[in-house]
Design a protein around this ligand. Structure first.
Ligand code: S3P
Ligand code: PEP
Length: 476
């Protein structure tokens, strides 16, 4: 590993032990190698982009395999509030979206969803009146300024509780039914979602949009590429040939019938579990090509000691990750895939050598300050994890059980679960926070440990492995 950066100023005291809350979840310890297949629901990022595009489309469209979780349901509720009809099909993952004239004089609850708070203000600018946005207390500290300043620069009135252009929730976007569009500069170094939100609505601006990123760094580029790809899939012309500049032509958004890929970032902790416990974890439906940053998961896990294989399955490719229980430290720039940092940090705390995670200063504006949260909670378990200017340095130490605080952050909860596979006595506070993107996470985690598939026992009463071409619990 290269020389670690000097640590960011740390609190002098060790984190105090916290008493277990009644809702704390005793993370199960793995008692042997895993052999499980985990069916992961639809991608949050794709579901919420496809919902927005369906709402802006020229006619009714359908999403299949859509995520149903707090973030997705907040998006659905917000679109309904704006006058878009979203109806469930035969199963909850099928959503029929019928656009309508966008209504003003309404209020939108963003919860803690970055995709809702950053993607919908440009849509609200197309509504026929003021749209008020507010969210969870923690949402009120997430950065919003650049997207609101961009709307202001494009001629949209945006007001907050104080003077000037607001930089945080709550705020009001004063829709007039039209946005002239044109050129705008945006500093997206705090979140790629500022770019994605503006691009998603831009084809409906009269002159389209030319957006230039002005900041020194740009996180989550795959998520911007996902935005561009989903726009092109609905017939919108996007020129991204110049680095840091995106040009969206004005024009209709086509209605589509689309299938949502599984959420590869949510697959990450399950696949990482194979490194911690040893054995094999498989995720069916692994896309052959994708713009999801979770595409980096196999390579990252290989660098940390796993072997990976893509196997053909009845419902498409199955990614299989196999570990021995030995984990290697890693020095990695996670700028492109900050969502994976909590999983990598948990693995790093269990590794046999130090790790350095770089390029993720923007995680300080996620669901919580994720760098501080990870450093505090890994330290609470007896580990050593220090913040740097743009990441974390993790030095493995023997860990012990404690309450693992989650700060309303779903990915803190999944990190705690991963650590708990090896460290007895970890109690994950508020595991229900995983409902942000993965409701039922704790039951899925237990099923993975039981080696079951979709709740079915892995072994029949005769003790033989359940029938599938891939061994116990496998199959799409
Ligand atoms: O556009 C998206 O769907 C997302 C972009 C990323 O945001 P940041 O660029 O703010 O990290 C990512 O972390 C988030 O979970 C989802
Ligand atoms: C940062 C995340 O979410 P959000 O979409 O709320 O930004 C995340 O899911 O890791």
């Amino acid at each position: 590993m290269s020389a670690p950066e000097p640590p960011h100023p740390q609190p002098a005291a060790q984190p105090a032990p916290v008493p277990a809350r009644e809702d704390a979840w005793a993370a199960p310890v793995a008692i042997g190698p895993l052999d499980a297949t985990v069916q992961v629901p639809g991608s949050k990022s794709l579901t919420n982009r496809l919902l927005v595009l369906a709402a802006l489309a020229a006619g009714p469209g359908t999403l299949r395999g859509a995520l149903r979780s707090r973030d997705a349901d907040l998006m659905i509720a917000a679109l309904r509030t704006l006058g878009v009809a979203v109806a469930e099909g035969g199963d909850p993952g099928t959503l029929h979206v019928t656009p309508g004239p966008l209504r003003g004089d309404v209020a939108i609850d963003t919860g803690l969803a970055g995709t809702v708070m950053r993607f919908l203000p440009p849509v609200a600018a197309l509504a026929g009146g003021p749209v008020r946005f507010d969210g969870d207390p923690q949402a009120r500290v997430r950065p919003m300024g650049p997207v609101l300043a961009a709307l202001h620069a494009l001629g949209v009135k945006v007001t907050g509780d104080g003077p000037g252009i607001p930089t945080h929730l709550p705020f009001i976007v004063h829709g007039t039914g039209r946005v002239a569009g044109g050129s705008v500069d945006v500093d997206a170094s705090a979140s790629s979602q500022f770019v994605s939100g503006l691009l998603l609505a831009a084809a409906r601006f009269e002159r389209g949009l030319t957006l230039r990123h002005t900041g020194s760094t740009l996180p989550s580029l795959p998520h911007i590429e996902m935005t561009v790809a989903t726009l092109r899939d609905v017939g919108v012309h996007v020129d991204d040939s110049r680095s840091g500049i995106w040009q969206v032509a004005p024009g209709p958004v086509a209605a589509r019938d689309v299938r949502v890929e599984p959420d590869l970032s949510n697959a990450a902790p399950f696949l990482a579990a194979a490194l911690v416990a040893g054995g094999t974890v498989r995720v069916p439906g692994w896309p052959a090509s994708t713009t999801q940053p979770g595409a980096l998961v196999p390579g990252l896990l290989e660098r940390m000691g796993a072997t990976t294989a893509v196997e053909p399955g009845p419902g498409g490719d199955v990614l299989a990750v196999t570990g021995t229980g030995e984990i290697r430290g890693i020095d990695v720039d996670l700028r492109a895939a900050g969502e994976l940092a909590p999983t990598v940090a948990a693995l790093a705390a269990l590794a046999d050598s130090p790790s350095r995670l770089r390029g993720i200063a923007h995680l300080r504006g996620h669901e919580t300050d994720r760098l501080a949260a990870l450093a505090t909670e890994i330290t609470r378990l007896g580990g050593q994890c220090e913040e740097t200017r743009d990441g974390l340095v993790v030095t493995p130490r023997p860990l012990h059980g404690a309450v693992f605080r989650t700060y309303a952050d779903h990915r803190m909860a999944t990190s705690g679960a991963l650590l708990g596979l090896r460290v007895p006595g970890i109690e994950v506070e508020d595991v229900a926070t995983t409902a942000k993107t993965l409701p039922g996470f704790d039951a899925m985690w237990q099923r993975m440990l039981d080696g079951t598939r979709d709740g079915a026992p892995a072994h029949g009463s005769d003790g033989r492995a359940g029938g599938s071409p891939h061994g116990r619990g496998a199959g799409a």
